[in-house]
Design a protein around this ligand. Structure first.
Ligand code: AMP
Ligand code: GLC
Length: 453
């Protein structure tokens, strides 16, 4: 069948059944994204002012964290030169003040939890319970209307309220997002692809701070949900991971006891110790979502350097290398579903069969195109509107390779006890911004699959 037909059939089916999805738990990271669309002469002037030499040095090799303005500007330049995303923690108050004065163009919901809560609750109408580390008035105002709830205690009794009805005004956790388009020029450098650099000025999420309403009542919260999506573990380091990991393991135990499917959104985790630990607990998750850089980084800690290199060598990413890596990951950890996304196509390897896996990927690709086009998905019609975005032509060569190698038919193949699902995605030529597209893809596909079951 033609992909356009598969797309529209999948969209209709998922849309009709979204109402059947039960409550979803989303934990742990929510923040405020202050988005700045950078201007090249402004950036050049700032770089010259603080010392071009030094900034260039940090654009060759990223510092571990930001303690001076040169690190911030070097980090932005690092991303521009490669067209790759990166995120660093800002330790220094003067740099935080510098970013605040530099300003932003737009304030948006941030963090995997926040972005997914607005999409699932605010757009799809699915009930969600979200973990929001700090509920400031500004943070609360960024939540869409809809069935989005945070736990709160009233006379020591657990209650669930929309974040806007949460009494109190806590801290603002701000992440500065420096976005640039493809072809963006700074000095002699040109961005090969649109992307962003994130400077994280937030003392809660990087330490995986968990609210007491959550940790003390996790069983009761788990009793109310049918699905869970976990994220926000990516900023942990070997110095601070052990306490939060204990708590996460406890939460996973509670969810596993209740047979609640749990998805891990595996964002880029720079610390190798933490990455290894995450791979170590992956079997407690039902599903994991990741991109090529994240999959390569996992292959590295699993001792598969050659596969890691292959994953980063081609554009579009070599699908045979992706399948090889996914099989290693599934066999090595026992995770039942691996959803891989890259520019141009998605793959899902599952230890169960069914067209719903592919159809959920198609639905997710529409949601992603809507997010890329508009920056924010306002309603389900925005998702339907993305049907007009053309399917990426480069994906044809990927499909041909998978057909030759695994006998793919209508996006589905059987291999070694697993099902492989493939979809070519819709690519927006000039996206409004790039932040949050990965979260949109993973949560739409996971929820979509359960809607179709
Ligand atoms: P991540 O890197 O995890 O945030 O996810 C980014 C994903 O967004 C990529 O893997 C692509 O699948 C998707 N994506 C990026 N740019 C576009 C675009 N212009 N149009 C549609 N999808 C995009
Ligand atoms: C990370 C960033 C956050 C951003 C999110 C988007 O969690 O810290 O600022 O909104 O990624 O995926």
């Amino acid at each position: 069948m033609a992909w356009d037909d598969l797309y529209s059939a999948a969209f209709q089916r998922v849309r009709e059944r979204l109402g059947k999805v039960g409550n979803v738990l989303l934990a742990y990271n929510t923040n405020i994204d202050a988005i700045k669309y950078i201007d090249s002469s402004d950036l050049e002037a700032r770089i010259e002012k603080v010392g071009k030499e030094e900034v260039l040095q940090f654009s060759e090799e990223l510092p571990e964290r930001i303690t001076q303005v040169q690190h911030l500007l070097g980090g932005i330049l690092w991303s521009v030169r490669r067209g790759k995303a990166a995120e660093l923690f800002v330790e220094s108050c003067p740099v935080r003040f510098y970013m605040k004065r530099w300003g932003w163009d737009e304030l948006r919901m941030g963090g995997q939890v926040g972005i997914m809560a607005n999409l699932l609750g605010g757009v799809y109408g699915v009930q969600v319970i979200a973990h929001v580390p700090q509920i400031s008035r500004l943070q609360a105002s960024l939540f869409k209307e809809g069935p989005i709830y945070v736990p709160t205690l009233e006379n020591r009794k657990l209650k669930f309220v929309h974040p806007k009805d949460f009494a109190g005004d806590e801290e603002n956790l701000i992440h500065y997002i420096y976005e640039f388009p493809r072809g963006f020029r700074v000095f002699d450098f040109e961005a090969p692809r649109e992307n962003r650099f994130i400077a994280n000025a937030d003392d809660y999420n990087p330490n995986l701070y968990i609210r007491s309403e959550f940790s003390e009542n996790f069983e009761e919260i788990a009793d109310r949900v049918e699905l869970a999506i976990i994220s926000g573990l990516q900023a942990l380091t070997k110095e601070n991971y052990s306490e939060p990991f204990e708590e996460i393991n406890r939460h996973l135990g509670i969810l596993n006891d209740r047979e609640i499917p749990v998805h891990l959104e595996f964002a880029f985790t720079p610390d190798e110790t933490v990455r290894k630990k995450l791979v170590g607990i992956l079997g407690k998750f039902t599903s994991v979502g990741l991109n090529e850089v994240e999959l390569a980084s996992i292959m590295e800690v699993m001792g598969e350097k050659a596969i890691a290199e292959k994953l980063l060598a081609h554009d579009p990413v070599d699908p045979v290398a992706v399948v090889e890596a996914m099989l290693k990951l599934a066999d090595g950890t026992g995770v039942q579903r691996i959803h891989f996304h890259t520019y141009g196509y998605y793959l899902a390897l599952t230890n169960y069969e069914g067209e719903q896996v592919r159809d959920a990927l198609l639905f997710a690709a529409l949601a992603a195109a809507a997010k890329a086009k508009l920056g924010d998905v306002r309603n389900i019609d925005d998702v339907a509107g993305a049907m007009d975005v053309p399917v990426n032509e480069k994906a044809q060569e990927v499909e041909d390779v998978l057909t030759g190698e695994f006998g793919l038919k209508d996006g589905i193949a059987q291999l070694d006890g697993y099902q492989l699902a493939f979809v070519p995605t819709k690519i927006v030529e000039k996206p409004k911004s790039t932040v949050g597209i990965g979260d949109t893809i993973s949560s739409s596909a996971f929820i979509g699959e359960f809607a179709l079951r």
